[in-house]
Write a protein that binds this ligand. Structure first.
Ligand SMILES: NC(=O)c1ccc[n+]([C@@H]2O[C@H](COP(=O)([O-])OP(=O)(O)OC[C@H]3O[C@@H](n4cnc5c(N)ncnc54)[C@H](O)[C@@H]3O)[C@@H](O)[C@H]2O)c1
Length: 286
């Protein structure tokens, strides 16, 4: 199956990055969010990222212009999935919201269209059951920032066909990414592991063991992590981390996944990390 056009649902941290790498791969992209302001923010992020690449002479200004010209923005869900070959969904990590979206687009899209969710760890099998195409439903888990990170974790749902896996593996390499294949389990391979580390770092910080700076420095210089777990949590978005940990806790029932109260309070206060300017660190002066 040839993939020429993709619909990207969500223009947030992940959605705009996914739209960018898809357009860089020469695909026509339709990016959808619920309001124009989110689409504007998404396009600004894409322009900033491409501007950096031009400055570093990785691409020319003409390349950047062509990439941007391949991306169309819309707030209309059905318009976003019209005549596309693959839908990549990157809306918030909330099962009911994703199910509602998939139920709607399943009725509108022809049978051959593949649905790929960028969920960090929700069940691909459960999401696929909201559609009449569980064999053409798959997890396509990108990493943040999408244009920089090399990996896509491909998640095989209970009914995902080998053909679908093949199409998505090819698409991943066209986007310049390496892929790994994992079976559908809560948190897959990557979110389950990093989630536990971030959770433990937040517990340690809440217990007053050390400052955020020192916890992060300990992991950077002592364990050779490129970024400390609290800084990474801010970068991912604390609301997303909370959803991931709640899902892991509910699915496995193991207290090691229990989200810290501090994380809940920070999310309630709107301190979601870098995207709102405040998290474990202050980004308002950047
Ligand atoms: N942030 C990360 O590091 C990261 C990494 C891998 C995967 N993910 C996953 O990617 C998904 C998106 O996360 P994000 O960090 O980009 O979140 P985000 O909050 O930055 O962006 C989500 C966007 O979706 C929009 N949205 C809300 N409802 C929508 C709908 N019904 N249709 C279309 N758009 C809608 C919001 O307006 C927002 O712009 C989540 O499932 C998350 O778990 C996130």
């Amino acid at each position: 199956m040839a993939v020429n056009k993709v619909g990207v649902l969500g223009a947030g941290i992940m959605g705009n990055g996914i739209a960018q790498v898809a357009a860089q791969a020469g695909l026509e992209v339709k990016m959808r969010d619920i309001e124009d302001k989110y689409l504007d923010n998404g396009m600004n992020a894409i322009n900033t990222s491409l501007g950096r690449m031009v400055k570093k002479e990785k691409i020319t200004q003409a390349d950047a212009d062509d990439i941007v010209a391949r991306i169309t923005c819309t707030t209309d869900l059905l318009e976003a999935v019209k005549e596309v070959d693959v839908v990549i969904e990157a809306i918030p990590e909330i099962m009911s919201l994703k199910v509602e979206t998939y139920t709607t687009i399943d009725k509108a899209c022809p049978d051959h269209v593949i649905f790929a969710s960028n969920t960090s760890g929700l069940s691909i099998t459960e999401l696929s059951s909201a559609t009449n195409r569980p064999d053409r439903f798959i997890g396509m888990h990108f990493f943040n920032p999408v244009p920089m990170m090399q990996l896509i974790e491909i998640v095989r749902g209970f009914s995902t066909s080998e053909e679908t896996i093949g199409v998505i593996r090819d698409l991943s390499s066209r986007m310049g990414k390496e892929s790994i294949l994992v079976n559908d389990t809560p948190g897959f391979a990557t979110s389950r592991l990093i989630g536990v580390l971030q959770n433990e770092a937040i517990h340690a910080f809440a217990e007053g063991i050390a400052s955020a700076e020192d916890i992060d420095k300990g992991m950077r210089l002592g364990m050779n992590h490129p970024m400390g777990p609290l800084q990474l949590a801010d970068f991912v978005g604390l609301d997303t981390i909370l959803h991931v940990m709640e899902n892991l806790h509910a699915e496995y029932g193991d207290p090691k996944y229990r989200p810290p109260l501090l994380l809940r309070q920070m999310v309630r206060a709107g301190h979601l990390g870098r995207k709102t300017g405040k998290g474990f660190y202050d980004y308002t002066k950047e």
